[in-house]
Design a protein around this ligand. Structure first.
Ligand code: FAD
Length: 546
């Protein structure tokens, strides 16, 4: 049997390697257009930033090593330019000309290419993308060669990583993002600390504006923004998202949705004998049911392995799971991560949900280095099914998001989080871990023990309610919601008449720093007959929303 794999990186090479482990006799050929296979595309920004110093470290495997270890026939510089599915034959372009190659099973893992928005001037030689090792080397060389001013177009995950890398190298970097925030997949309150951190790193962040034109110049280019600003750039990095690289295959009759290959639960395409995996395929969001490609390495790697199972062990292969889109990025001293649906996706899908905001420490408060995590969890109402979660913090974010990704995959409800038996000792967590606490808050919200108000409703709340700030006098001195009544939570039980008088029959909306003391105050107030609610996430969330 001859298995031909198109694309020799994440999904393609996982498939080829697994196929060999399952079948010693199969002929396995990997066709790769570029000069490298199995390279660390996720590591490229760190090479640009100088943390990975050796280019060779990016080359996880070579064709020679793959031949020796797995007897794979890996052919770089082999661009697949045609597919005749009926004849089971590919047309492959090489330096020596076009050749035909037949297959019994074909696996497509062509990945994605950088999206090029219709902005005049993007063909300037100073505009670069970051997809491959040569791209990373070119960026690295530009910086070494004296590029001092960079503009990064797009503040998605790759854009943010590149901006940080350039700033690390002393390049004056401006990031331009048409959306109102950096990292658009994050909810606004989680993106805010990331923006602050980028600014701390020296990156100028320009959100809500788009590049309208690039004017090539002799010594530098000028990027003209939609608000009229002109930025001078020695280097422009285009990171405006990606699109499935599927033109050849769509032309050959492989069914696609908006350019992404449609696959069944085993990765099989519409054409017999043809499978597809990775960035080039469309998948269904398990939370909202929306169909979209997911450009992440984990899903591509896992799908590649499962497709090999399906080709060689039909009948027993497990289906390819639908990715939740779990993602993580380091930004300076912060980590930002997310899993499942964000607020925009839930709103678009018309799902009824509540968002819980918490700011627990990543480990015991008394242990050195304790730092708060900004944790938000979307839960379906009224049943509490976990829908999505995001976290930003200096430490412990990866662990919490991975636990929540597992819980969402297991279709747990928020109350199930209370019972998770998580590892604890002071340097690592708290006896009630952040995850357990999210469960407790969620259970309280679902059974009515805790009523929350949302920072985004501040204007309406100020108009209709008494805002009660229960922080200490010192905290309040740093700023308070205008018109709020200040009663420290420790004094509340003795000053209820004052609150009743100020409320004059209106609801009371309580606030504190992070939502813990306001929840305590809320319990005091409801038991005294007040219509009360506690600000979800407290002033820490409110500041990030405003
Ligand atoms: P790829 O790994 O892109 O491989 C596709 C290969 O197919 C390419 O080498 C291409 O040259 C080749 N090809 C395409 N068409 C043809 C053809 N017609 N003939 C022959 N060869 C062809 N994901 C994460 O989860 N975490 C991260 O931190 C992360 N960081 C990233 C950083 C950068 C800079 C980049 C570029 C991506 C990052 N990703 C990250 C995304 C991740 O790398 C991709 O999701 C993953 O590599 C997709 O695997 P794939 O096999 O679908 O495509």
């Amino acid at each position: 049997m001859r298995i031909v794999v198109v694309g020799g990186v994440a999904g393609g090479m996982s498939c080829a390697a697994r196929a060999r482990r399952l079948d010693e006799r199969a002929e396995i050929i990997v066709l790769e257009r570029g000069e490298h296979v199995s390279y660390a595309n996720c590591g490229l920004p760190y090479f640009v930033g100088g943390e990975i110093r050796d280019e060779a470290a990016l080359l996880v495997q070579t064709p020679e090593r793959l031949k020796a270890a797995l007897n794979l026939d890996v052919r770089t510089g082999n661009d697949v330019v045609g597919l005749d599915a009926q004849a089971r034959e590919l047309t492959v372009r090489t330096a020596a000309g076009d050749r035909s190659l037949s297959y019994d099973a074909l696996v497509l893992s062509p990945g994605a290419r950088a999206f090029r928005p219709p902005v005049p001037g993007l063909d300037s030689p100073r505009v670069q993308t970051l997809r491959t090792v040569p791209d990373a080397v070119a960026l690295h060389d530009e910086v070494a060669g004296g590029a001092r001013r960079a503009v990064v177009l797009g503040a998605g995950f790759i854009g943010v990583e590149v901006a940080e890398a350039l700033a690390q190298q002393g390049v004056e970097t401006t990031m331009v993002e048409p959306a109102g925030q950096v990292l658009p997949p994050l909810d606004a309150e989680q993106a805010w600390p990331v923006t602050q951190e980028l600014r701390r790193l020296g990156v100028a962040v320009r959100t809500g504006v788009a590049a309208e034109e690039v004017l090539p110049g002799r010594d530098a280019d000028t990027v003209v923004l939609s608000d009229g600003t002109r930025l001078t750039a020695d280097l422009i990095v285009l990171s405006a998202g990606v699109r499935p690289d599927t033109e050849v295959f769509e032309r050959a009759g492989v069914a696609c949705e908006r350019g992404a290959i449609v696959v069944d639960e085993h990765g099989a395409t519409s054409l017999p004998g043809v499978w597809a995996v990775g960035d080039a395929t469309v998948s269904t969001d398990p939370v909202t049911g929306v169909r979209r490609p997911v450009a992440l390495a984990g899903p591509a790697n896992r799908a590649g392995r499962l497709v090999a199972d399906h080709i060689l062990r039909r009948g027993t292969a497990r289906p390819v799971p639908q990715p939740l889109g779990t993602a993580i990025v380091r930004v300076g001293e912060l980590t930002a991560a997310m899993t499942g649906a964000n607020r925009a996706a839930l709103d678009a899908a018309d799902v009824a949900y509540r968002t819980l905001h918490l700011h627990p420490n990543q480990h015991a408060g008394y242990f050195p280095g304790a730092a708060q995590i900004r944790l938000s969890v979307h839960v379906r109402t009224p049943d509490g099914l976990l829908l999505g979660a995001q976290a930003v913090g200096a430490d412990g974010v990866d662990k919490r998001i991975d636990v929540l990704a597992t819980a969402i995959r297991a279709q747990m409800s928020v109350t199930d989080l209370i019972d998770l038996d998580l590892a604890y000792s002071p340097p690592y967590g708290q006896a009630k871990d952040a995850i357990n606490l999210a469960g407790m808050v969620g259970a309280n919200v679902l059974d009515g023990t805790l009523a929350l108000w949302d920072a985004r409703d501040l204007d309406a709340v100020r108009y209709e309610s008494l805002v009660l700030d229960v922080r200490s006098a010192a905290e309040v001195a740093t700023g308070m919601i205008p018109g709020a009544l200040h009663v420290p939570h420790t004094e509340l039980r003795g000053r209820l008449d004052e609150v009743r008088e100020a409320a004059a029959g209106r609801p009371v909306r309580v606030t504190c720093a992070s939502g813990v003391r306001s929840a305590i105050a809320h319990r005091v107030l409801v038991q005294e007959g007040f219509d009360s609610a506690s600000l979800s996430g407290g002033m820490l969330t409110l500041r990030a929303v405003l």
